[in-house]
Design a protein. Structure first.
Length: 270
């Protein structure tokens, strides 16, 4: 289980560039749940993911994962519990190393990383089988360097790497955004199969309303560093992309009204 309790983060405090990125976010995610996080640019969705991953120290609040208080854990220590796939297909891997070597490193996440043991014959066969199970025809290319793969192929291997040692939490950071539509569709379908087979607790940040509506069992909509909507159960089952777009429009209209009211108040005291 993941518990996020009242987390706050302000970047560049008390400067002209101050950004209140997270404003008291509370979120609890049950084991095996797949939560999609959406929001406009600057809404705090990626900051939330980075907070869980340990990319920076929080100003306030707590994060608990799998029975551990990880609030003050450094990022490398959290890697024992967290698997992550980034937006850029070339992030999170060693481009000049082979598919097999990258997978071997991922299998040693949080442990001493010695390739000599990891790439023994029996283990290589298991890696080949895991790659073959993805159905992409890459099992005969495991000795090829990662930088010889297409973006979609590389992202599929990165997904496998993130879940190779079953993590307590899988973080997907707009992992289809940099791909062409055909590759993106393939990767999201592969993602669904992968999460379902391994029953992974997952947070997926996405800019795609179709993905948010059609995959996972919960949608969290963020705005200005706070959660504005949290949709699950039957409401999530009935959810359509158009419904999410309507909710975004409501938030924008509310912002305009709030700004107009503030301007009126300011004008009264000029």
């Amino acid at each position: 289980m993941l518990e996020i309790k009242g987390i706050h983060k302000t970047f560049f405090p008390e400067t002209p560039n101050q950004v209140r990125a997270l404003r008291g976010v509370d979120l609890q995610i049950d084991p095996g749940s797949w939560v999609n996080v959406i929001g406009t640019n600057g809404s705090g969705k990626s900051t939330l993911l980075n907070a869980v991953a340990g990319a920076f120290r929080l100003d306030q609040g707590k994060i608990l994962l799998d029975g551990h208080d990880i609030t003050n854990w450094p990022e490398h220590r959290r890697a024992k519990l967290i698997g992550r796939v980034f937006q850029d297909p070339f992030s999170g891997t060693a481009p000049s190393m082979t598919i097999a070597e990258n997978l071997a490193l991922a299998a040693r996440r949080g442990k001493f990383r010695g390739l000599g043991f990891a790439l023994k014959s029996k283990w290589r066969d298991e890696l080949r089988d895991r790659v073959a199970a993805m159905g992409l025809g890459l099992e005969d290319k495991i000795d090829k360097p990662m930088d010889t793969l297409s973006g979609g192929q590389r992202q599929s291997i990165t997904l496998l790497m993130a879940g190779l040692v079953r993590p307590a939490l899988l973080l997907l950071d707009e992992h289809t955004a940099a791909l062409d539509p055909k590759s993106a569709d393939k990767i999201i379908q592969l993602t669904e199969t992968f999460i379902s087979e391994h029953r992974l607790t997952t947070i997926m940040v996405t800019h795609s309303m179709d993905q948010a509506a059609n995959f996972g069992d919960r949608v969290v909509m963020m705005h200005r560093g706070a959660i504005r909507h949290d949709i699950s159960g039957l409401a999530k089952h009935r959810l359509r992309a158009a419904d999410l777009i309507s909710k975004f429009d409501e938030i924008r209209r509310s912002d305009l009204l709030d700004e107009s009211a503030a301007e009126m108040l300011r004008s009264q005291y000029v």
